[in-house]
Design a protein around this ligand. Sequence first.
Ligand SMILES: C[S@@+](CC[C@H](N)C(=O)[O-])C[C@H]1O[C@@H](n2cnc3c(N)ncnc32)[C@H](O)[C@@H]1O
Length: 122
Amino acid sequence: MKGLDGREKRAGSEMHLPNLYPENDSDAPPAPEYCIDGSSIGNFARFINHSCQPNLFVQCVMSSHNDVKLAKVMLFAADTILPLQELSYDYGYRLDSVVGPDGKIVKLPCHCGAPDCRKRLY
Ligand SMILES: C[S@@+](CC[C@H](N)C(=O)[O-])C[C@H]1O[C@@H](n2cnc3c(N)ncnc32)[C@H](O)[C@@H]1O
């Protein structure tokens, strides 16, 4: 995918957004695409690494409204997490989905160490 304002854009980020319209609804707007950019401000989630065998999963949550643009991106435990165990989630990149400013595909090796590691984040 093309860069977003000079930054890399994660493909498939819309995967976690709920579809509020019936399938094949011609009145439905195109699926929204978002980029959460933690380069200048963020919270503890900035320090959570990717794992191909994560102990967290990501879910968009709307509680007091139905505006998907204001959904909270929340992390939930996918398993019992013992004290001092590293938290991780699957960043969800599609391989070859990140394109650098020069138009070339950017590849990032994965070091999560999971037995079934996909070997690359993207
Ligand atoms: C949200 S930060 C995670 C925290 C980061 N490791 C740090 O020390 O601040 C995401 C970046 O961490 C690195 N990273 C996270 N998980 C990784 C993994 N499994 N293998 C290689 N690099 C990873 C990548 O550079 C990625 O862009």
